[in-house]
Design a protein around this ligand. Structure first.
Ligand SMILES: Cc1cc2nc3c(=O)[nH]c(=O)nc-3n(C[C@H](O)[C@H](O)[C@H](O)COP(=O)(O)OP(=O)(O)OC[C@H]3O[C@@H](n4cnc5c(N)ncnc54)[C@H](O)[C@@H]3O)c2cc1C
Length: 445
């Protein structure tokens, strides 16, 4: 007897992991539904460039329907997944109340790849004052904050207030924090240099605060030293061995290892420290009994399946993976991990349909990259350690290569080339779009 329907695969999340699963399953013998709460894929590694006015939102996004419109076996659904019924094999949806829209979706195989968001280490109240660049919306809000600070400094007649407006605190000295701080440095020193009459944007004070004893703790220390040197050249002060203990609308308080405190008056604080897995990870953990760690990641088996549920695979930023002996692997929260896991999951689904098993997932690390500014980057590629222009060209090539869509690749390449040649003075993305925020952003009273 023929089954009533083809094998139904539901993929939650059109980020790096989910997208790879769907790409590998298009035109195969399964029906795929990709569910995402956004109608676009976001290239997160470049959102910080949106936040600093170097790229436009459309340069780092790609509509999911445009990616899969021509694939007859792929459906795209704009909806937020609120839960998973493991026993009933259905996904629960929130579609915004459109009449007739489905409230649930049945699956034979489920792939969950809903990523993570920034965690404020238990200080949820900091979220309001310290922007982050994980989503497109938050990156655009940060762009408004950063650019508004220069505008308010120009307008202010109070010297102290001008200093506070021109002080930027970036929390977290990992690759994202380094990239944001370096980019604000470039904005201040190069891009905005001739734009104001009363202030000198180059006087901006940019603090990059890191709890560890060096920035880029995941890189060899020689590259941390070089990155710190490049940051200083852009007017950024790496402030290591300090943790942020207070953030409010008037600034941030830093605590040193000897418990001494320093108050930094600053109107713009940007958060780039620590992430927490998507809420679905904890839900899956609770429903299946799988372990969930302090960062909210659910622990999956060596073949990326949920313990006791071979029909459910989870991957990317929201999971930790065990090896074949049961030990937890230490995988970084980066796009290549999610992409490789996505490719693995698609292969596993296809093989299963033919009664074949799949070897445990293995991550092949291709190295670590961080950019600091135009012509400045560090690269750790196995035994090879590079800095400066060679590392920057590698960073450039990798990001262009992985950017989704030929049009985006071309536009970003042209923008970067023009920016490189003109020192950023041709940029047209320095837009304050959030007028409400601009009005509210200053300290009250
Ligand atoms: C600022 C920044 C810079 C980065 N730079 C780099 C870098 O240079 N190199 C690198 O390798 N990695 C970088 N990363 C990390 C990389 O972006 C992540 O590791 C990667 O995006 C993880 O992929 P994912 O598929 O697990 O999740 P994501 O890519 O985050 O995708 C998750 C998807 O799930 C959707 N979703 C979430 N919840 C729901 C729900 N309930 N219902 C429906 N849809 C949902 C989201 O809308 C999103 O589309 C950076 C991350 C950030 C934030």
């Amino acid at each position: 007897m023929q089954p009533a329907h083809r094998h139904r695969v539901v993929v939650i999340g059109g980020g790096f992991g989910g997208l790879r699963v769907v790409k590998a399953l298009r035109r195969s013998e399964v029906d795929v539904t990709l569910v995402d709460r956004r109608n676009f894929h976001l290239f997160q590694p470049l959102t910080y460039q949106v936040a600093t006015g170097s790229l436009s939102p459309s340069d780092v996004t790609y509509p999911l329907r445009a990616l899969f419109g021509s694939a007859p076996n792929v459906d795209v659904l704009l909806a937020t997944v609120t839960g998973v019924d493991l026993q009933g094999r259905r996904v629960l949806l929130e579609t915004g109340g459109a009449p007739g829209s489905p409230a649930e979706l049945a699956y034979d195989t489920l792939v969950v790849a809903t990523g993570s968001s920034y965690s404020y280490f238990g200080h949820e109240e900091w979220r309001e004052v310290a922007g982050e660049v994980k989503s497109l919306e938050s990156a655009i809000a940060v762009r408004s904050r950063v650019l508004s600070a220069f505008e308010r400094a120009e307008a202010s007649k109070d010297a102290g207030e001008r200093v506070a407006e021109l002080t930027f605190v970036v929390v977290g000295g990992g690759p994202t924090g380094v990239e944001i701080a370096g980019q604000i440095g470039e904005l201040a020193q190069d891009m905005l240099r001739h734009d104001f009459s009363r202030i000198h944007p180059g006087d901006a004070r940019i603090l990059l605060v890191e709890m560890a004893d060096r920035i880029l703790p995941g890189f060899p220390s020689s590259l941390s030293v070089k990155a710190a040197r490049s940051l200083r050249a852009l007017g950024v002060t790496p402030t290591v061995g300090r943790r942020v203990v207070v953030i409010d609308a008037a600034g941030a308080t830093l605590e040193a290892s000897d418990q001494s405190h320093e108050r930094v008056p600053a109107r713009t604080v940007i958060w780039a420290a620590g992430v927490h897995a998507s809420e679905l990870a904890a839900q899956l953990g609770e429903a299946s009994g799988a372990e969930v760690d302090h960062a909210g990641r659910v622990t999956v088996c060596a073949d990326l399946t949920l313990p006791g549920h071979p029909e459910v695979l989870a991957l990317g930023d929201m999971v930790r993976v065990r090896d074949r002996h049961g030990a937890v692997l230490d995988l970084p929260g980066v796009a290549p991990v999610a992409i490789q896991q996505g490719a693995y999951a698609a292969r596993a689904i296809k093989r299963r349909l033919h009664g074949q098993s799949q070897r445990p997932f293995r991550y092949l690390s291709k190295g670590n990259l961080a950019t600091i500014g135009r012509g400045r980057a560090v690269a750790h590629l196995g035994l090879i350690r590079l800095s400066g222009l060679p590392a920057w060209f590698i960073w450039l090539g990798v990001h262009i290569w992985y950017l989704i869509g030929y049009q985006n690749r071309l536009v970003v390449m042209l923008r970067w080339s023009a920016s490189f040649l003109s020192h950023g003075r041709n940029q047209g993305s320095r837009i304050i779009s959030d007028l409400d925020h601009r009005a509210d952003a200053g300290p009250k009273g």
